[in-house]
Ligand binder design. Structure first.
Ligand code: SPV
Ligand code: MG
Length: 292
């Protein structure tokens, strides 16, 4: 029997395979396990989700060690490959080299870096969305791909977010491909998928193309496959659904003065215990205590 495929190899194979790779955003091991249980192909260690869970803006307020700890926690909890959102690489090319080495050592399958300045600001927040100089970012991609062993390196294009337009996105795509990127992520904040479709159509390189359909939420897996995309990242829907559910439950408890009316909408304690792997723990305990 051959050795089990490493996380990076699994992600690479999935990017290259026909059909759309479906990736779910997570911010903690519990949510990563829910993504695995639901049947997603991979997990996205979302900067937005991890920052939001920490109660801080998605603006490089959390530093590399905190992002790495969160991402490694996801990778530890699931058998799925984890693609880590690494913002603009935590600084300059030196930070990117350290990033690649530490993320790879902790079992991440891939890293994604975006061509914005450090500190970055979440793409959907009004404010400074300026691009990094092309050469600086190409240098980061080159450094990342030369310093990694197997880690997948995704180059994320923010030209459409920053208002620099399609030509700039295409020009940069070509440069990042030459710098060794394994995949391109084209980001858009439009409410229709037209501009990511136009990018996919006009880009004639060889790299798989990744999308994050957050604002153009009507797009389907079938359409994305038909257009030739390799991967879709559902970056924040799990966090947003839990937020809504928690808010409603909490206000109901305040209003009713009892938890009786919310009880039947809640996950059971058994569901929690199962996600914590309590049955496995008890089984192991019984086995080893018997041996001892
Ligand atoms: C994230 O999930 O942190 C992302 C995707 O980078 S977005 O929030 O759309 O920028
Ligand atoms: Mg992010």
């Amino acid at each position: 029997p051959s050795a089990p495929m490493g996380a990076a190899q699994a992600l690479r194979a999935s990017l290259k395979s026909p059909g759309l790779t479906r990736v779910m955003g997570a911010h903690n091991p519990l949510s990563a396990r829910l993504a695995e249980e639901a049947g997603f192909d991979a997990v996205w260690s979302s900067g937005l989700e991890i920052s939001a869970a920490a109660g801080v803006p998605d603006a490089n307020i959390l530093a590399l060690p905190e992002c790495l700890e969160a991402a490694a926690g996801l990778a530890n909890a699931v058998a799925l490959p984890v693609l880590a959102d690494c913002d603009s690489g935590f600084g300059n090319v030196n930070n990117v080299i350290h990033m690649v080495q530490t993320y790879e050592a902790r079992g991440l399958a891939g890293v994604c870096i975006e061509d914005k300045q450090f500190p970055k600001l979440n793409s959907f927040v009004e404010g400074n969305q300026d691009l990094a100089p092309l050469d600086d970012f190409a240098g980061k991609i080159r450094a990342a791909t030369e310093m990694r062993k197997d880690l997948v390196v995704v180059a994320r294009l923010e030209a459409l977010i920053s208002g620099k337009g399609m030509d700039e996105a295409l020009r940069r795509a070509e440069v990042y491909e030459r710098a060794g990127a394994d995949a391109l992520l084209i980001h858009s904040k439009l409410t229709e998928p037209d501009e990511v479709f136009a990018f996919r159509e006009a880009y004639d390189g060889d790299l798989p193309v990744v999308v994050v359909p957050t604002t153009y939420n009507q797009v389907t897996v079938g359409e994305l496959e038909e257009r030739g995309f390799a991967m879709a990242i559902y970056a924040n829907q799990a966090l947003r659904s839990s937020l809504r559910a928690m808010r409603e439950t909490l206000s109901r408890i305040m209003r009713d003065g009892t938890t009786r009316h919310v009880e039947e909408e809640l996950a059971s304690l058994k569901e929690i215990f199962d996600l914590q792997r309590v049955p496995q723990m008890l089984e192991r305990q019984a086995r080893y205590e018997e041996l001892g």
